[in-house]
Design a binder for this molecule. Structure first.
Ligand code: HEC
Length: 273
């Protein structure tokens, strides 16, 4: 019986391995519409173009890609009713991108492109990693126009899915409704969703699998001081070092001091709810 199971398991693993190793698939799910694209299919689209990115967020230098416009691949009709696009990467990084940012591409905003790694001309490895940013990578043309953040450039992209706003999906993220519209906790919530939730969950909210949950079992503000959190966000290596350090710091340009204070106010607020 046990041997039978092992043989069956081996068959399943062996059967699955070649597909994941050689096939490069991007899955799009918008409403009832689910589509799968291979790299070759996307590269063959008539709107595939050569795109120069002067300040690539993941490679930290100028890069040139073959890429297709994300808006055209999704289709304006499919995007119409979407609130948020969940961009999932194979390493457990999951970014919640407001659909508004993608729609704005048609009105002079930043333009998102899906860069596609050509297996015959692979991209270089990412800094300090054993792999490139491929096979698919979400990059932005003129990111400053819509204020695109560093965590809105998911590499190793495997899926784009239309989802509800994170606060609707995970009510535990909600702030006290009695807080004024301009309360820092509200701005902090938005900053957390954009900058931290791709890696960290909060009381189970989120899909990220890279970093620890910052809300449970103990809220991070219960054991790290505000000064400590500030130091970790600015430069994690200044606080702790070990080999697999996956969190990169955020400059004051990426998260201004006032926004960081709001973010900490939000985390502390969550500890009381
Ligand atoms: C790219 C993924 C990633 C992003 C984005 C990220 N973190 Fe992290 N974070 C980690 C990982 C992984 C750890 C565990 C330590 C390590 O490997 O660096 C961590 C550790 C931490 C810790 C220490 C927790 C503890 O218990 O020791 C804090 C606090 C923290 N992050 C806060 C934040 C905040 C706030 C943001 C958003 C501004 C953020 N992180 C964004 C991946 C990330």
């Amino acid at each position: 019986m046990l041997i039978g199971r092992i043989v069956l398991l081996a068959a399943v693993i062996l059967g699955a391995a070649p597909a994941s190793a050689t096939e490069r698939i991007l899955t799009l799910k918008f409403g009832d519409d689910s589509r799968r694209f291979t790299a070759a299919e996307l590269l063959a689209r008539p709107d595939a173009a050569t795109l120069a990115i002067p300040n690539d967020v993941s490679y930290k230098r100028a890069m040139t890609y073959r890429a297709v416009p994300m808006l055209a691949v999704i289709g304006a009709a499919a995007l119409k009713d979407a609130d948020t696009i969940e961009a999932r990467a194979s390493d457990g990084f999951v970014s919640q991108i407001p659909a508004e940012l993608v729609k704005k591409a048609a009105e002079g905003g930043s333009v998102p492109w899906i860069a596609i790694e050509d297996p015959d001309a692979p991209w270089p490895n990412l800094d300090g990693q054993q792999h490139s940013g491929g096979p698919f990578y979400l990059v932005w043309e003129n990111p400053e126009r819509s204020g695109i953040g560093s965590e809105q450039w998911p590499f190793a992209l495997v899926g784009l899915t239309a989802v509800e706003h994170p606060v609707h999906r995970w009510p535990q993220l909600a702030v006290d409704a009695a807080l004024p519209e301009t309360a820092p906790e509200r701005r902090g919530q938005a900053s957390f969703i954009t900058n931290c939730m791709p890696c960290h969950r909060l009381k189970g909210a989120g899909q990220g699998e890279i970093g620890p949950d910052l809300g449970q079992p103990m809220n991070v503000t219960a054991y790290v001081t505000p000064a400590g959190i500030r130091a970790i966000v600015r430069d994690p290596k200044a606080v702790r070092t070990w080999p697999k350090q996956q969190m990169t710091g955020f400059t004051a340009e990426q998260i201004p001091d006032a926004e960081l204070d709001a973010l900490i106010a939000f985390l502390a607020h969550m500890a009381k709810r």
